[in-house]
Write a protein that binds this ligand. Structure first.
Ligand code: PLP
Length: 452
């Protein structure tokens, strides 16, 4: 155990000097982890030694400050430490009776989250693996509430023969709510897709007629551009017609924690349910997300189970808010991160990421490159010229290893996506990374000129 702790600390401390994506030979070495299952026991220290020796050099460096791929947060050291402590406890967080400790941590973390995000204090909160499960839970609560109004018990009777629910999403909806819809029996393609503007925001005047059998699934934080749907306008209209409003705010909802950014999310608090990730912008270790439901009864009803051995619920029973029964004590890391940061620390973390994204955009533009989105949050979309050149710059940047950025398609173009989501990123990181990008772009351009 001591060896493991020491090696983990070495890993974290060595991160700034390490490549943000493992070298090809480190990945090749992963073969050493696969062998015939031994017949006889192996010394635990030997086991951990091999795990560290082969695993650590091959780990993707998202705990460092120069990993900007997808939208993947780092890990606050205090949250990693809380994770270690909680792993030692090995609590089953499903029931209060299996872990009063885990239940208490969730209860407190839930209250703190609602406070930091400015959401109703009486809302129900479920701790799940990530935004996909959070979307699933929020949409399940919606399904329950809308069908209950028509006298249909969907949990008991299922969807065959049930009154029809219309689901409305934006043209740029993330695949995550679509997956949740398919799991819930709504079908991922049986949705009405609303046209969007050039940033990816839903156009309110293009909405279909809404009624009390409609779920409107909005987005706060487009995974490419960071764009936020016009939440106020749509939520107000939807509520007036009795529709259910769900917001997928996997990372963008965290803008609500910042006094500087919250105005971009105007109306976010009018929704009926919200999904967000803690493992992205709050920087707790994977996996961690939350579903929040204005009326906790709808979430509880959608997640309910009846078993004789489960005690009746007078107080908050963790399992009543999630699809799982047995699960780990995710509340520990959330509690530790929020305690350590405090309200202002959370706001500062979010604002700092946005400042760094803006700095990326400014410096890249100054270097002559094209930034394709309005940088409202932490996302920057860059083109180095043609799609072909951009593709080569990304590939070389990934190979060279100063930082790691991925690619995406935006308005039909191949672009580089920078997502600043880690607490560890500094202004100096941004400067060094822009220099590397400019140097590589110049080099790739000249290769092309001489006919490579
Ligand atoms: C990341 C993301 C998701 C999915 O979150 P997971 O934690 O990977 O399940 C959903 N929606 C948006 C907007 C995201 O950025």
């Amino acid at each position: 155990m001591e060896f493991a702790a020491r090696q983990s600390i070495n890993y974290l401390e060595g991160q700034p000097a390490r490549r943000p994506f493992p070298a090809p030979n480190a990945i090749k070495e992963l073969g050493r982890l696969g062998f015939q299952l031994p017949e006889a026991p192996t010394d635990p220290e030997e086991v951990i030694r091999l795990l560290d020796e082969v695993g650590s050099p091959a780990a993707v460096g998202n705990t460092g400050g120069r990993y900007f791929g997808f939208v993947i947060g780092g890990s606050l050291p205090v949250a990693v430490a809380a994770n270690w402590v909680a792993a030692a406890w090995d609590q089953n967080a499903g029931l209060k009776v299996t872990s009063p400790l885990a239940a208490k941590l969730e209860e407190v973390a839930a209250q703190w989250l609602l406070e930091v995000l400015g959401l109703p204090q009486e809302a129900g909160v479920g701790f799940v693996t990530g935004a996909t499960m959070a979307n699933f839970c929020g949409l399940a609560a919606a399904r329950h509430a809308l069908l209950q109004r028509k006298g249909w018990n969907v949990e008991a009777e299922g969807l065959y023969g049930a009154p029809e629910i219309k689901v409305v999403v934006g043209e740029e909806v993330h695949v995550s709510p679509l997956k949740a819809l398919s799991l819930l029996g709504f079908g991922s393609e049986r949705v009405i897709r609303v046209p969007i503007n050039s940033e990816g925001e839903m156009l309110p005047d293009q909405l279909p007629p809404l009624d009390d059998m409609t779920i409107v699934c909005l987005q706060a934080g487009n995974v490419n551009s960071g764009a936020i749907d016009p939440l106020y306008e749509i939520a107000k209209m939807a509520r007036a017609r009795g529709a259910w409003v769900h917001i997928d705010g996997a990372f963008g909802l965290w803008g609500a924690a910042s006094p500087q950014l919250v105005s971009q999310l105007k109306g976010y608090d009018l929704a009926d349910s919200w999904a967000t990730d803690l493992h992205k912008w709050l920087n707790v270790p994977y996996d961690s997300g939350v579903v929040i439901c204005r009326d906790p009864h709808n979430l509880r009803a959608a997640m309910s189970i009846n078993a004789a051995y489960i005690p009746p619920q007078e107080e908050r029973e963790p399992y009543a808010f999630t699809p799982e029964m047995s699960r780990r004590a995710r509340g520990a890391e959330a509690w530790a991160a929020l305690y350590a940061l405090g309200r202002s620390g959370v706001a500062e973390l979010i604002e700092r990421s946005c400042r760094h994204a803006a700095l990326f955009a400014k410096k890249l533009k100054r270097a002559g490159f094209e930034v394709l989105n309005e940088v409202n949050l932490n996302q920057v979309l860059v083109s180095f010229g043609t799609d072909e050149l951009t593709r080569r710059v990304i590939a070389e940047l990934q190979r060279e290893g100063t930082c790691w950025c991925g690619s995406t398609t935006w308005h039909g173009r191949h672009v580089m996506r920078i997502s600043v989501s880690s607490w560890a990123t500094t202004e100096e990181d941004v400067e060094v990374c822009v220099e590397a990008m400019a140097r590589i772009a110049k080099q790739e351009k000249s290769f092309k000129l001489v006919g490579f």
